[in-house]
Design a protein around this ligand. Structure first.
Ligand code: OGA
Ligand code: NI
Length: 359
């Protein structure tokens, strides 16, 4: 009981500073407060004793030749990655390097603004498009994450430019324009990888909603005590992630946390829960997490294709063309807002929220 009271006190202190994790680092703390501590059993990562025959490298797929006779090759690599890893990196994806650099730089710029500027974006109601939330995890009993993040709804109803802070306004608009274009390409390739019409995922409106979370992981004085993001799967059809050169992203593969190494100019693509559901488990939404690091700040930009909480009555279930007597539907139908509400309430639970919808 007193431990719980201590925790609540520590949380309350942390919230009342209103300066996020970056504020702790700016205050030159040398020890990670207990509200951030993760049990060491969770952080440990025992390599499987027998790794012969295990390929522990997240696939890197070159999209450069996608409109040539190499397309089938690319589709089969994407199919294998989506089925076995749920994660892959893409290069030659068409988003210019300058656009990637500028969005990372602008995310850093916002997070390094004076707290007075950032705190104007702490939400007072639910209608804000751009939200700076340095206490996102406080409502959960699980440990706090070593990061500050801001979120922005981009599609289907784009924000007015004035709703986005100046520090990142033009970069967010420019980057998400490219993300929508690359998303269209990826949904086509994934449709083909399912053996279906290349427009099917687009017709199902997988590309319609875009939500972004921009993370800032400050350097951590004791990175072996906490996590940048606890393990989770994504509440999306597909996620496109841009990470900087620091590293720390890990994906669970064959019961082993495999690093997703930074590759200059690459984007990380991962399958989200909705895609696993509509593909009836053919494509996997895989757990991932981010280690805290000493060398940061680490910047990453996650773009989620899904309209999340915005009203959308479309019902999603396993795609009929993929089902047969031998492969019956494994999931109940969902709507995205209903799923998202439950997902957020259970975000860092032990078991993936998708399993609640298994038939
Ligand atoms: C996420 C996520 C990973 C990263 O935002 O869902 O998994 O590297 N981010 O920041
Ligand atoms: Ni994620």
């Amino acid at each position: 009981m007193t431990e719980e009271i201590d925790r609540v006190n520590e949380l309350t202190n942390f919230i009342s500073t209103k300066t996020g994790v970056k504020g702790l680092v700016d205050a030159e703390i040398t020890e990670v407060p207990r509200i951030f501590h993760v049990p060491s059993s969770i952080l440990s990562n025992n390599r499987p004793s027998d790794i012969t025959g295990l390929n522990l490298t997240v696939p890197i797929i070159d999209l450069g030749d996608r409109n040539t006779s190499s397309r089938n090759d690319i589709v089969s690599k994407i199919k294998e990655a989506a089925e076995k890893w749920g994660f892959f990196q893409v290069i030659n994806h068409g988003v210019p390097l300058t656009v990637l650099e500028e969005i990372k730089e602008s995310v850093r710029r916002f997070h390094e603004e004076d707290p007075v500027v950032k705190n104007q974006y702490i939400p007072t109601d639910n209608n804000k498009r751009f939200v700076y939330n340095n206490n996102f995890d406080l409502y959960h009993s699980s440990p706090m994450n070593w990061r500050d993040s801001f979120t922005c709804y981009i599609a289907p109803d784009p924000p007015n430019p004035e709703e986005i802070p100046l520090a990142c306004r033009s970069a967010v608009i420019e980057y998400t324009k490219h993300v929508m274009e690359l998303g269209a390409v990826l949904f086509q390739l994934l449709s083909e990888a399912l053996g279906l019409d290349s427009e099917i995922l687009k017709r199902m409106d997988c590309l319609k909603g875009l939500f972004m979370i921009c993370h800032y992981y400050p350097p951590c004085p004791q990175p072996d005590l906490t996590l940048g993001i606890s393990k989770h799967t994504d509440n999306s059809f597909l996620t496109l992630l841009l990470q900087d050169q620091i590293g720390g992203l890990q994906v669970l593969h064959e019961d082993y946390w495999v690093d997703v190494p930074p590759v200059p100019g690459a984007l990380v693509v991962n399958i989200g829960d909705f895609m696993q559901l509509i593909t009836n488990d053919k494509f996997l939404s895989v757990e991932h997490r981010v280690r805290a690091n000493k060398d940061g700040p680490r910047i990453s930009v996650a773009c989620f294709f899904s309209s999340s909480l915005s009203p959308n009555s479309t019902v999603y279930g396993p795609i009929k063309e993929l089902l047969s007597d031998e492969n019956p539907a494994k999931y109940k139908d969902i709507t995205i807002p209903e799923y998202t509400a439950g997902y957020l309430a259970n975000i860092f639970d032990e078991k993936s929220y998708l399993s609640n919808y298994k038939i």
